[in-house]
Design a protein around this ligand. Structure first.
Ligand code: NAD
Length: 258
């Protein structure tokens, strides 16, 4: 289903009928708040690097100041960003369905900032730090925040001297065990899954909509462009998260689904 005139009421009906809803979000969810997706994240100083080569342990070991500086730049963008109307729509949606959980691949913390209550961060957070070798936690307030877009030497762990890294999941790393188990169980037991702003290229997160579909849930995609997951979606709302999600919630609240 591709026409939004039809897709949004259909999606609202599916959400209304679902005792449990899971919202799976990716980098596109934050695009309307001015936070670049991974594909766009290599700008300015970082334009000459492939983001997938900055987000690995090997890259950090080779070029710690470059990788730490890239994350500091991304953190500054996040701090300057204002969560868009779609974020607030998801907070409202929580009050309109019996149970809702957000499973996000994003590391920007915007869902929690606007007040969504159940947020599972599959890929960690830009706001937390730990050391490279032992993963000892490192206090965020002691992490350097360069004012300019520049490389930045990471601090050293206060317990073991290993360099401090952002507490995010890099390419090739395992996802956090407890959060992943919870996300997978939610996907297998929800009746509707909203998939917002993800290309479906990053594994294993890309499996979540397929697990939900397999278990009988209605899968709804919100994305301006076709993705790897579009064929698995029962309902496709072609559009931006900042516009489609508020429209979806309006359709639910106004009973436009009858
Ligand atoms: P991706 O960059 O691979 O894909 C982004 C998707 O968002 C694309 O399908 C694109 O069509 C869609 N999109 C673009 N603008 C949109 C909008 N306004 N509304 C809705 N959709 C829109 O993102 P991914 O699938 O999340 O995978 C990339 C990886 O990089 C993930 O691990 C992610 O956590 C990480 N990442 C996170 C952030 C963040 O925390 N904000 C930013 C960049 C990358």
């Amino acid at each position: 289903m591709n026409s939004d005139g039809v897709a949004i009421p259909a999606a609202a009906r599916a959400l209304r009928a679902a005792p449990r809803v899971v919202v799976a979000t990716g980098a596109g969810m934050s695009q309307d708040s001015g936070i670049p997706t991974f594909r766009d994240a290599a700008r300015g100083l970082w334009a000459r690097y492939d983001p997938e080569e900055l987000a690995t342990e090997a890259a950090f070991r080779r070029h710690p100041a470059r990788v730490f500086g890239w994350y500091a730049w991304r953190r500054r963008l996040v701090h300057a960003a204002t969560p868009h109307a779609g974020y607030h729509a998801l907070v409202a949606l929580e009050g309109l369905v019996p149970e809702l959980a957000i499973v996000t691949q994003n590391v920007d913390g915007l869902h929690t900032r606007v007040g969504s209550r159940r947020v599972l961060e599959l890929h960690g957070s830009l706001e937390r730090f730990s050391c490279l070798d032992a993963r000892h936690p490192f206090p965020a307030e002691r992490a350097p925040e360069p004012a300019a877009d520049t490389e930045c030497e990471p601090p050293r762990c206060e317990q073991c001297g290993s360099p401090v890294r952002p507490d995010v999941v890099w390419f090739g790393e395992m996802l956090p065990e407890r959060v992943t188990a919870e996300a997978w169980a939610l996907a297998a037991s929800c009746r509707a899954m909203l998939v917002v702003g993800t290309s479906g290229l990053v594994q294993p997160a890309a499996q979540l909509p397929l697990i939900a579909r397999e278990a009988g849930a209605t899968v709804i995609e919100v994305n301006p462009d076709p993705t790897e997951l579009s064929d698995a979606a029962h309902i496709v709302c072609r559009g931006r998260a900042g516009a489609v999600l508020p429209a979806l919630v309006a359709a639910l609240t106004q009973g436009a689904t009858q």
